[in-house]
Write a protein that binds this ligand. Structure first.
Ligand SMILES: Cc1cc2nc3c(=O)[nH]c(=O)nc-3n(C[C@H](O)[C@H](O)[C@H](O)COP(=O)(O)OP(=O)(O)OC[C@H]3O[C@@H](n4cnc5c(N)ncnc54)[C@H](O)[C@@H]3O)c2cc1C
Length: 144
């Protein structure tokens, strides 16, 4: 546990470093963030193109509750600070053979999208995989 007048140095201005810096400085600690790139954000960045910016890292903001909690701890309201809109279509993936898979914000829509593009067997494979992940998660929750 850091002492109040201790100097904290955070290596890296990715989202992890920035959130840590925000929360620690809100506790009154002196925080310096050191970043090797000429810009903050780490993997959160975009390339410019003729068609406009293209995300090179995260495109989907999940676990809004976690972000909300971080903002609240910093005495901020996420919905006032950011202009957030819920998107139905979360991602569109292209394959070299021309296949195009849309992913949505609901599990049911994703299952039918996967069936449409890759067939029933792949849809069932995904259902089995998600069941394994669910059980794994339950085990972790029970052990923690
Ligand atoms: C293509 C892609 C898509 C993704 N999509 C999603 C998504 O849709 N939703 C989602 O939630 N997550 C997504 N992620 C994951 C998410 O981007 C990362 O989990 C998150 O950005 C990691 O943040 P971080 O701060 O831990 O690390 P990073 O963003 O990697 O930040 C680390 C920082 O530390 C700096 N650094 C490292 N070493 C040093 C050093 N020695 N000195 C100084 N600085 C240093 C680096 O330059 C960097 O800026 C995606 C990631 C990628 C690559």
């Amino acid at each position: 546990m850091p002492k109040e007048n201790e100097q904290i140095i955070i290596i890296g201005a990715g989202i992890g470093g920035l959130v840590s810096a925000l929360l620690l400085s809100k506790q009154g600690l002196k925080v310096t963030v050191v970043e090797r790139n000429g810009y903050p954000g780490g993997k959160l960045r975009a390339f410019s193109s003729q068609e406009g910016p293209i995300d090179a890292g995260p495109t989907v903001l999940t676990l809004i509750d976690v972000f909300q909690e971080i903002f609240t701890q910093a005495n901020l309201n996420i919905f006032k600070e950011l202009d957030l809109h819920k998107e139905e279509l979360l991602a569109r993936h292209y394959w070299p053979d021309g296949k195009c898979l849309d992913l949505f914000s609901t599990h049911e829509k994703n299952l039918s999208s996967i069936e449409k593009v890759f067939g029933k067997i792949q849809q069932l494979n995904l259902i089995s995989f998600m069941e394994i992940v669910r059980r794994f998660l339950m085990l972790l929750i029970i052990r923690c």
